[in-house]
Write a protein that binds this ligand. Structure first.
Ligand SMILES: NC(=O)c1ccc[n+]([C@@H]2O[C@H](COP(=O)([O-])OP(=O)(O)OC[C@H]3O[C@@H](n4cnc5c(N)ncnc54)[C@H](OP(=O)(O)O)[C@@H]3O)[C@@H](O)[C@H]2O)c1
Length: 349
């Protein structure tokens, strides 16, 4: 389908949705034909203005029926709150869906969701793909890609590091930074379901290695602020939680196969113990032969956003829209995508 233009809809204009709109406007592979917003202040605004690139002639609407009725090849569905029934409606209306909210891989725990999606795909002759940086890339596609040049794998580690002081977001409050340690350890900011969301990525790696994940174990510890930390909107008080470390391990054949280490801090130098978790981004370390390490981070010399996980999330989905549209109807995982052809990324003019 080289040369084809894909008519796309952006559903929700948060950080991820805005990156997608900017790309749709720049890359001639896409024609943005609709934008769904929930925020009343954005209704009636030009999508390009919402994305801070100036008008592009697409007016944002909160009229769901009008969006469902639009003729389009695909929807990039990126709201903060998932709506699987809406995704199914869009699939049944003949639009393929690429979605950073998941689900990401049809293993046992997510079977009911995937059964619904597969039925909608069959009815609409369409495809669904769960996309993103993690889940979706750093903890699944990347280690699996790197595994192809290894002789033996003993244990895969993925480190997600986010310095929330350098990358302020509403996650600071949502995740419970500034709460007392004992309180947060007893009632973590992350849902008890979170490890299983990420275990979909573990299962992708396991499947790619001819295995399956038998069990997922979790650990959680915190670090405290050595001083008051002012992050603009508020202050994380000295002695309260200023670092959170989630560690989830997927087991295969009775041994730990893959561990996700998530280090979220309010600045490494502000916490005790000091984790020295490194720059914001993702690092894969594979124990095996030969040992392997890969880092994904903003180059030190580059200016702008410190943690690129959200732009990466947008592009992980947007870049496979053509391949998902061209795929046979049904659930499209990394295994169905194979090595997708990416359109319009090289734009020398
Ligand atoms: N897979 C991954 O690696 C990965 C990584 C990062 C994020 N994500 C997911 O991607 C999605 C988008 O992330 P983001 O950073 O762009 O989120 P965000 O900035 O928090 O905003 C998402 C948008 O959702 C809409 N929204 C707000 N409240 C809503 C509600 N109650 N129901 C439905 N929609 C609502 C709003 O759209 P309008 O402003 O247009 O009204 C909001 O701007 C999130 O679900 C996030 O969890 C996935």
């Amino acid at each position: 389908m080289a040369g084809k233009t894909y008519r796309v809809i952006q559903w929700a204009t948060g950080t991820v949705g805005k990156v997608a709109i900017r790309h749709f406007a720049e890359n001639p592979t896409y024609e943005l034909v609709g934008t769904l917003v929930t925020n009343p202040k954005k209704v009636g605004k030009d999508a390009g203005e919402i994305a801070k690139i100036g008008p592009i002639g697409v007016i944002a609407t909160d009229d769901v029926e009008a969006i469902v009725a639009l003729e389009a090849d695909a929807v990039h569905f990126a709201p903060s709150v998932h709506d699987l029934d809406m995704v199914c409606r869009l699939l049944r209306s003949g639009k393929n869906v690429v979605c950073p909210v998941g689900p990401f891989f049809p293993w046992e725990r997510w079977k009911p969701d995937f059964d619904k999606l597969a039925a909608a795909c069959a009815d609409g002759g369409t495809s669904f793909h769960g996309s993103g940086i993690h889940p979706g890339f750093a903890g699944d596609l990347l280690p699996l890609t790197v595994a192809r040049i290894m002789n033996r794998i003993d244990h895969i580690h993925l480190y997600e590091t986010i310095d929330h002081l350098a990358n302020p977001s509403n996650y600071i409050e949502f995740m419970g930074f500034g709460r007392e340690s004992a309180d947060l350890l007893a009632n973590p900011g992350r849902s008890p379901e979170a490890p299983y969301m990420f275990a979909q990525s573990m299962e992708i790696v396991a499947k790619g290695l001819g295995l399956t994940i038998d069990d997922v174990t979790a650990k959680f510890d915190v670090a405290t602020a050595v001083r008051d930390i002012d992050y603009g909107r508020g202050v994380v008080k000295q002695g309260t939680v200023a670092g959170q470390h989630y560690e989830w391990t997927g087991w295969a054949d009775g041994k730990p196969l893959i561990t996700y280490h998530c280090f979220w801090t309010m600045g490494d130098e502000n916490i005790e113990p000091r984790w020295n978790a490194g720059v914001s981004g993702y690092r894969i370390r594979i124990e095996g032969d030969p040992p392997m390490e890969v880092t994904m981070a903003r180059p030190a010399a580059a200016e702008g956003v410190q943690y690129l996980g959200l732009p990466w999330t947008a592009m992980a989905g947007v870049n496979v829209i053509p391949a998902v549209c061209d795929a046979a109807p049904g659930i499209v995982t990394h295994f169905e995508l194979g090595v997708p052809t990416l359109r319009g990324l090289f734009r020398p003019d």
